[in-house]
Structures are given as C-alpha cells and as structure tokens.
Write a protein that binds this ligand. Structure first.
Ligand SMILES: NC(=O)C1=CN([C@@H]2O[C@H](COP(=O)(O)OP(=O)(O)OC[C@H]3O[C@@H](n4cnc5c(N)ncnc54)[C@H](OP(=O)(O)O)[C@@H]3O)[C@@H](O)[C@H]2O)C=CC1
Ligand SMILES: O=C(O)CCCC(=O)O
Length: 483
C-alpha cells in the first residue's frame, strides 16, 4: 500500500496463538475504487479452536500477572497505536472508505479505550461487606472470567476491537477476535502492535475467515466464557441462541433506530450541527446515527432549510482525498438497502429535499440526502438505513413525539434538542434508550457506558462499567474468626 511509513503494518496473515499464520487468500478491496488492498487467510473452525485453546493456555499466566504489569503492557500498546496513528488510519480508509480525518479520529478513539483500561486495570476492586455473623467476614472478589471471543463489524474497524479487548485484557482475560472480512487489515495491524507491546502469545489472537464456523466454535467451545459481539441484531440473536448450550455470558451491541428530536425551543443552528455529525459521520453507517429526525411543527421549515444548506457543503469522494467528508458506502448491498428505503418513502409521499440517488462518482458512492414529509408508516421509520439519508418527520406535541420515538424494538441511542429544563428531564427520562444525547449529536467517549436496551443489546462498553462483562463476582465467606 503506497503511503505507509511502516509497510510491515500491512499484514496478510492471521495471528493465532502468537504465530502469524495462513495464506493470503481473501481479497480486501477499497470500496472507493474496487482496488485490492490486501489479502487475508480464509480460516475456519480449526484455526478458531486453536486460537481459543491458545487463549485458554495463556489465561492463567496473564491473569496471574500483577495488575500493574498488565497495565504497563496495555499502556505500551496505547503508545504504539498513537505512534502509528497515520499508518493505521490510512489502512482503515483504504479498506473501509471513511475520510482520512475520520479514520484518524477513530484511531484516537480506539487508543483512548486502551489508555483508559490500562489505568483501570489497577482499580478492578472488590468489596468487603457487613457480615451476618460476628465470627465471619464477607469478601467479594472480581476475578477475570476467562477466554473472551469477540466478533467485530466493519464500520469501526479499530475502536470496536479495542473497546472489547482493552477491558478484557485489563481484567486478566485473554481474547480471540474475529474481525469483519471487509476490514481485517486494521485488526491485524493492531495485533502486531499488541505483540510489540508485549501482550503474550495466545493472550490476543485475530482469526480471519469464514464467520459461520468461527462463530460456532466461539459460541460452543467450553473454554470460552464470554462472547462479545457488535453488529447486526440478526447475527446477535443467532450468537445468543448458539451460546445458550454452554451458558456463556453474551455482550451484544446491535442495531439502532435513533430518534433525533428538535423541539420548538431548540437552538436551531446547534441542532443542525448535531444532526450533521450524528447523521453523516461515517456516511451514516453507525449504529448510533440519527435514523429518524423529528422536528416540531413551528421550526420544521426553518430546520429543513438549514439542514439542506449544510448538506450541500458535504464533499463526496475517495477518503484519501483532501477535503472529502463523505466516502463510499461499504458494499453494493448497503446501497441497495438505502435505495429500497428511499423508494418506499417517496412512493408513500415523502419528498427528496436534496440528494436522493447514487452519486455521479459511481460505485457505492451515494448522494447525501434529506427527505421531507416522512411518516411513521414508511419503512425508514422502522429500519436502520445505515446510509446518508436524513428523513424529516413533523410532530406537534411532546407526548406525541415520545410515543413515536419509543415505537421501535430498538433502544440504543436517542438525541434531542431543547432548552426548557423541565422538558430536558421529562424527555430524557421518558426515552427508552441506553444513551441519550441532549443538545449534542455526538455521545461517544471512552468515559461513558455505551450500550442499548430492548433489541439493541445488553451489556455496556467503555467507562468503569466496561470491565463488568469480563469479570466474575465471587463471594468468600471467611468464618471461624471468633477469639
Ligand atoms: N451495531 C453496529 O454497529 C452494526 C450494525 N450493523 C447492521 O447490520 C447490517 C448488516 O451489516 P453486516 O456487516 O452484514 O453485519 P453482520 O452482523 O453480518 O456482521 C458483523 C460481524 O459479524 C460477523 N458474522 C456474520 N455472520 C456471522 C455468524 N453467523 N456467526 C458469527 N459471526 C458472524 C461478520 O463477519 P463477516 O464480515 O466475516 O461476515 C462481522 O464480523 C447493517 O446494515 C447495519 O444495519 C452492521 C455493522 C455494525
Ligand atoms: O456503530 C457502532 O457500532 C459503534 C458506534 C461508534 C461509536 O460512536 O462508539
């Protein structure tokens, strides 16, 4: 790949039990050009089993290290990620399509989880509880759960890996990752830096290949204690079912259908700015993207006009080009989905205010689109578009919009803009979501618990709570202490 300062970061082997293995077979393509940017091994059940068993062997020695030692190794990984930021971002942009500035932002975000959990490793504290007996004490330990299997998506090829691996490793768990096959090269580069940082052989493996057999090993192997997944709700449900046979803990970060509500009393310019970042970040391909924009009748026209003007300033192109803010969508299938939702909405009376179709650049480039007059009976009100389409819904009252917002099986992120303090508390508490951005379109930070309710998943990533998925609670009753 041209432009890398360290070309050895582009790796075409999987990393299993501390060995770089497999033959480069499956093409990884640049969604902006179709050019092949690398090839990775097409591994399956055998390699997944080998990785899990290596993780199982690596578990006891890794867990037995002092918290401070694990912390120092994670800190080195963080420093190496930061030092190689530009190369990692370039690899990401070439395989994923997002603009280089966003890819750099994602590397910073990914690194922030490693930094945070390097620090947190030293504070995975237990408790002593008031005892029910004078001769006994109650201690509560938080011990590492064991081997963790992580399956990650293509939309955040670095951050979704570190958000799972860093807390797991900090807690003393070992991890096997299966990255999305659209974006395995970023994952392998991160693994190389982990190896350089001193994460021992087997404590972190990256298995590229066929998702189904690898997923079956992850969800059935008795050594795996936690399955952590980010991706579609459909695959999340499948993994949950498969994990039932061995009663694994399952952490799921699944699809969303985020409402973005603009009340009459909102600061409209701020709301437009928030909608732009929430909707068009990563070309609309995030699980927390605004999927339904509800605007109160009194400000609907003004908001629509300002949003269309802001969207007109977006620049579509290859992510590596200067000034580009919108890259291509990940696959032709993603474009088909956006087109289907647009066709359904316009057939039922919605109006295209800007954009509305494939971009003149061809391939999977799509015009940033704003759709007006959208209603609850249109498919886009129910389905996650995962593309650059902002559907505007008009509403009248607070009660009405809360009902609309909650009328979905999803419950990941919601956003609203308002200034009335009573409304801020009422609406914030009434929205059935795991995360609510109030007067902000961007909620992501390593410092806060990220996760959903309802069919958007279970468990939390990031913040102190991000360790909880990877520790078991053990209670020790220490009796016989009477003098
Ligand atoms: N919550 C989120 O952040 C994401 C949500 N989505 C939603 O899902 C839709 C479809 O996207 P898609 O990429 O197909 O998402 P998937 O859920 O299919 O892919 C996510 C990850 O799961 C893996 N996977 C797929 N099938 C299985 C299986 N049977 N067993 C184990 N692992 C499996 C994939 O591997 P492989 O790449 O090898 O197939 C990938 O690593 C999007 O349009 C969007 O709505 C998608 C991505 C992220
Ligand atoms: O889309 C996702 O799966 C994760 C959202 C990225 C983030 O903001 O943390």
């Amino acid at each position: 790949m041209d432009g890398l300062s360290d070309p050895t970061l582009l790796i075409e082997r999987a990393y299993v039990g501390g060995a770089w293995t497999g033959e480069p077979e499956v093409e990884v393509t640049d969604p902006a050009t179709g050019e092949v940017v690398g090839r990775v091994p097409n591994l399956g059940a055998e390699a997944a089993t080998a990785a899990v068993e290596a993780a199982s062997r690596a578990f006891k020695p890794w867990a037995a290290k002092l918290a401070k030692e694990r912390s120092a190794i994670l800190r080195r990984w963080y420093e190496l990620i930061v030092a190689n930021r530009d190369d990692l971002a370039l690899i990401m942009t070439r395989e994923q399509g997002k603009p280089l500035a966003e890819a750099k932002g994602e590397i910073d975000y990914a690194a922030s989880f490693v930094e945070f959990f390097a620090e947190e490793a030293k504070r995975i504290n237990g408790d002593t509880l008031p005892s029910h007996r004078a001769d006994a004490r109650i201690l509560v330990l938080r011990q590492p759960a064991g081997v963790v299997a992580a399956i990650t998506p293509w939309n955040f090829p670095a951050a979704m890996i570190t958000r799972k691996c860093a807390p797991a490793l900090a807690a003393g768990c070992t991890v096997v990752v299966k990255p999305a096959m659209e974006t395995p090269l970023t994952a392998l580069a991160l693994a190389k830096l982990a190896e350089q940082a001193g994460i021992p052989a087997g404590a972190l493996s990256v298995v590229t290949g066929d998702a189904k057999p690898i997923g079956e090993v992850f969800t059935s192997h008795p050594a795996v204690r936690v399955v952590s997944f980010t991706g579609s709700t459909e695959v999340g449900k499948l993994l949950m079912r498969q994990s039932a046979s061995t009663v694994k803990r399952v952490a799921l970060e699944l699809g969303g259908n985020a409402p973005f509500i603009v009340f009459d009393d909102a600061d409209l310019d701020a709301a437009v700015e928030g909608a732009m970042v929430s909707k068009y970040r990563n070309m609309g391909q995030t699980c927390v993207c605004a999927n339904r924009i509800y605007v109160q009748a009194g400000v609907y026209d003004a908001f629509a006009e300002k949003l269309v003007a802001a969207v007109a300033k977006l620049k579509v192109g290859r992510g590596v080009e200067d000034g580009v803010t919108q890259g291509p969508l990940i696959t032709p299938k993603a474009v088909d989905k956006v087109e289907r939702l647009l066709a359904d909405a316009t057939a039922k009376g919605a109006k295209v205010l800007t954009g509305g179709g494939r971009h003149a650049l061809g391939g999977t480039f799509f015009e940033p689109t704003v759709l007006g007059g959208v209603r609850q009976d249109m498919a886009i009100a129910r389905e996650e578009a995962f593309g650059p389409v902002a559907p505007l819904f008009r509403f009248e009252t607070e009660a009405e919009v809360i009902d609309y917002a909650n009328a979905t099986e999803y419950g990941l992120a919601a956003y609203f803009y308002a200034r009335d303090v009573g409304r801020i508390f009422r609406v914030g508490e009434a929205l059935e979501y795991g995360m609510v951005g109030i007067n902000s379109g961007l909620i992501s930070t390593e410092l806060a618990p990220f996760g959903g309710v309802k069919e958007s998943g279970q468990g939390r990533e990031g913040s102190q709570r991000g360790v909880d998925e990877f520790v078991d609670i053990k209670y020790l009753l220490v009796a016989g202490l009477a003098g």
